[in-house]
Design a protein around this ligand. Structure first.
Ligand code: 26W
Length: 820
């Protein structure tokens, strides 16, 4: 190019109110094709989003160019889920345009809050794991780490939850119905991803090689999303793949001049990225899910190898150029895929390829539940990915040889450690552990239990692989955006800079002793409660009373998380009053907020949702309680609602059975927003308590070793019901039909499960939990002391910034340098 303007990306529009107004109207007129006077809310929102984008694009293009030219090592984060939440406000904050945009829109007669409310959040994840990935891409950009996030552009994200008669109904989440203004589709950069067929060997000039002859393929089309760092000028890329039919597909497999069949082929291909699996922690072994996993991983590796790497790149140097971080086992099929690319396509010999592969992958485990560890049957793998199955077998054979060398002919050990189990199932966590340079858990306790239990024999053999990176959350979204009033108060005290250096919150410790600061902090909490009241009133007609302690449990519904323990507490308080044992005037007024989605096929979880609503309906309407206890269960808990609920909370419920919650990240968000935690010694709760101190945390329940001990001794939950009068009364009340219009059968399965099975030991921890809740009431009675504790929670939890997590990944696993 010769024109001076063509030598670099176009410059951003001027960052002024006039500049913004002009760009906004340009987008409205030119892109939407409407005049301001005729524009709908959607038109205005789309034009606004496009305007914010326009300010980021120049930096983005520049960063992409530099990343291509830069020799520095980059991170490819592979995750089947990214639970992003709304983009508009985040991108305004990151680009420093919030005030300018607010003023510019006002000058056009538009209230920016109505624009914020108009956005449908991309819910491309289930819960903790997906939200963690979203926090990580934010921190990667903020720390200028050369990186790409790879994932799937599901057409339907996590289902929308509605309640009918208190029961969960799932509705499709058509988040793309109006189109997304934040994505850039790149059909020209599509990759072909193949499936099924057979393998064969052939003579390649004297060398016998294997190759895969697939039966069908689809096109993977990338959609790029900008991930701006926080006011640092850096813009990273999130690349999500969408499945489309290839021409070859309908020709070869389906098209025999049959138009209807050809269209069916199209639908078949598009199915692959159609919908997010809503199962969280119980893998279903469904073929489509394996197709999704291979689809995005194969496309991502091909993209990296052909579009990001220079053409003449010496593959021996690959480990100095890239690390693929595997977000749980979902992308682990990337390991045999990389081997296939290196050996079959690039013609490296096996040993060289394996040496490279082992340095290019690292694996993060996010669970401890044995049923959550993914396995794929040999039959399914052989049918869908025959070459990958062969490669897995060879990896396993060579690995078992090493086990034999090291430990002798210990057949039991060999069976235990085999990647392919006796039941002809491929254990993906084992494959990841064998292949990865590093394996990490997501909190200290979790990483320790991984080494001692889940992967014990692997730890014995290769202890140097194991490490910990405690999770974190982005303070940009979960403090600055979610809690602007607290952020202002912090900035007034500490000045700026703390948002990217969250340990600086420590400086608030001395402010906890200042009565004026405490009063201001309490005012912020009160204002956040009123804001939540307004949101819930409008959304669902729920009221949050000013003088109630706000007690919050929001997370996926799962037995190990023990929503039923929280319910037993509520039922106990209720029963105390209606039985006359406690005067209603002696109750600390409390509002309990629940938010939880259940996997659609998880019957017990759905019954618990029904029970929460049923208890709420009775408790909320019983005049004997004089409005002192309220149960509020807004449907469809998501990132957007979290941003309103968490800043308003007084008490954070983190009550999983010790040894079951890998980390938790909600726990961190609550503490950072000045809620006190009632919790077990589980996951990152352990680290939160260590940091905030026992005086500022309500610990209860068995420790993990105590859980093990009781389990080994033979746990009989009925004995705990026998031993605690109030526990029996609460269970009896639920069993009596008091919350189901006298029908004893509705919630009988919940009660008998607790009495006769109780895998997660709810009854064993009940007495201790109720006692801890009494300590909560006593503490809340001294409101000023409570506020002091709340401030100390904020001051001492800066460690839980996802910036720190990413630094730990860099130091312990990736060894990358920031971009220039
Ligand atoms: C369908 C199979 C399956 C299996 C496991 C789906 C999803 C999972 C995830 C591992 C579940 C998950 O989200 N785990 C959570 O990850 C968070 C981030 O590390 C942790 O904070 C949570 O404790 C952990 O439950």
């Amino acid at each position: 190019a010769t024109h001076p303007l063509a030598l670099a990306p176009v410059s951003s529009p001027p960052a002024t109110v006039d500049g913004f107004v002009r760009e906004f109207l340009l987008n409205l007129n030119m892109e939407r094709g409407v005049a301001l006077s005729a524009a709908t809310e959607t038109d205005k929102y789309m034009a606004l989003a496009a305007t914010v984008r326009d300010y980021l694009v120049a930096r983005w293009l520049e960063d992409q160019r530099r990343q291509r030219e830069d020799q520095r090592k980059a991170v490819c984060y592979l995750s089947a889920e990214y639970l992003l939440g709304r983009q508009l406000d985040n991108n305004l904050l990151a680009s420093g345009l919030t005030d300018i945009a607010t003023e510019a829109l006002a000058a056009c007669g538009i209230d920016i809050d109505t624009m914020r409310a108009h956005e449908v959040e991309p819910g491309l994840g289930n819960g903790g794991l997906g939200r963690l990935a979203a926090c990580f891409v934010d921190s990667l950009a903020t720390l200028s780490v050369p990186s790409i996030g790879y994932g799937i552009r599901y057409e339907y994200g996590i289902f929308r939850q509605v309640f009918r008669g208190g029961e969960q109904i799932e509705k499709p989440d058509a988040w793309l119905a109006l189109g997304s203004p934040w994505e850039f589709r790149h059909p020209e950069a599509a990759q072909t991803v193949s499936f099924a067929g057979h393998t064969e060997t052939y003579d390649d000039g004297g060398v016998i090689r294997s190759r895969w002859v697939p039966a069908w393929s689809v096109r993977a089309v990338p959609y790029n999303y900008m991930v701006p760092g926080y006011q640092n000028g850096r813009v990273n890329t999130l690349r999500l793949w969408s499945a489309e039919a290839t021409k070859a597909f309908d020709l070869r497999t389906f098209n025999s001049g049959d138009y209807v069949e050809a269209v069916r082929a199209q639908t078949f291909a598009e199915n692959i990225s159609k919908v997010l699996y809503p199962e969280d922690s119980t893998p279903q072994g469904k073929e489509l899910r394996l197709q999704q996993q291979y689809f995005f991983v194969a496309a991502s590796i091909a993209d990296y190898m052909t579009k990001v790497l220079p053409e003449d790149f010496d593959l021996e140097d690959l480990p100095d150029r890239v690390i693929f971080q595997l977000n749980d086992t979902h992308p682990v099929i990337a390991v045999p895929e990389m081997m296939r690319v290196l050996v079959d396509e690039r013609k490296l010999d096996w040993d060289a390829a394996w040496a490279i592969t082992q340095k290019c992958f690292a694996y993060t485990c996010h669970t401890l539940l044995p049923e959550a560890l993914e396995v794929w049957s040999v039959d399914l793998l052989g049918r869908l990915l025959p070459r990958h199955l062969e490669i897995i077998y060879r990896i396993n054979d060579e690995f078992l040889l090493r086990v034999r060398e090291r430990f002798g002919d210990d057949e039991q050990r060999l069976r235990d450690m085999s990647i392919v189990s006796e039941h002809r199932a491929v254990r993906m966590a084992y494959l990841a552990t064998v292949a990865g340079a590093k394996v990490n858990g997501v909190a200290e306790l979790h990483s320790q239990l991984l080494r001692e239990k889940v992967l014990h024999q692997f730890d014995e053999m290769m202890p140097e692989k194991f490490t910990n990176v405690t999770n974190g959350v982005t303070p940009r979204r979960f403090v600055r955006l979610a809690n602007p009033k607290l952020s202002e108060l912090i900035t007034a005290a500490l000045g700026t800079g703390w948002l990217t250096d969250l340990e600086r919150l420590r400086e608030l410790e001395s402010y906890a002793e200042d009565p004026d600061f405490r009063a201001a902090f309490a005012d912020v909490k009160a204002a956040n409660k009123r804001r939540l009241n307004d949101v819930l009133m409008k959304r669902d007609g729920f009221e949050i009373a000013d003088d109630h302690l706000l007690d919050v449990m929001v997370k996926r519904l799962h037995e190990y998380k023990r929503q039923t323990l929280k319910l037993l507490h509520i039922v106990t308080l209720y029963e105390r009053v209606v039985s006359g044992r406690v005067a209603v005037s002696d109750l600390q007024p409390r509002t309990f907020i629940f938010g939880a989605k259940a996997a659609p096929g998880y019957a017990m979880a759905k019954r618990v949702i029904h029970l929460i609503n049923a208890v709420g309906a009775v408790v909320n309407n019983d005049p004997r309680l004089e409005g002192r206890l309220k149960v509020v269960f807004p449907p469809n808990y998501n990132v957007t609602l979290a941003e309103r609920v968490i800043p308003a909370a007084d008490l954070s419920e983190q009550i999983s059975l010790a040894g079951k919650e890998a980390s938790g990240t909600g726990n961190m968000k609550f503490a950072l927003n000045g809620a006190l935690t009632i919790g077990t010694d589980d996951g990152a709760n352990v680290e939160i308590r260590e940091l905030v101190g026992d005086d500022n945390f309500f610990l209860f329940g068995m420790s993990e070793p105590e859980v093990e001990e009781l389990w080994a001794a033979g746990y009989r939950p009925g004995e705990f019901a026998q031993a605690d009068d109030e526990l029996r009364r609460a269970l009896d009340l639920i069993g009596s039909g008091a919350f189901s219009e006298g029908d004893r059968s509705t919630f009988e399965p919940v009660v008998s499960n607790l009495l006769y099975d109780d895998r997660f030991m709810v009854l064993a921890d009940y007495t201790s939990y109720i006692a801890a809740q009494e300590r909560v009431d006593a503490a809340y009675a001294d409101r000023d002391a409570w506020t002091r504790s709340a401030i100390l929670n904020v001051a001492r939890t800066g460690f839980f910034s996802s910036d720190r997590s990413i630094r730990d990944y860099i130091d312990r696993i990736w060894h990358t340098q920031p971009a220039r």
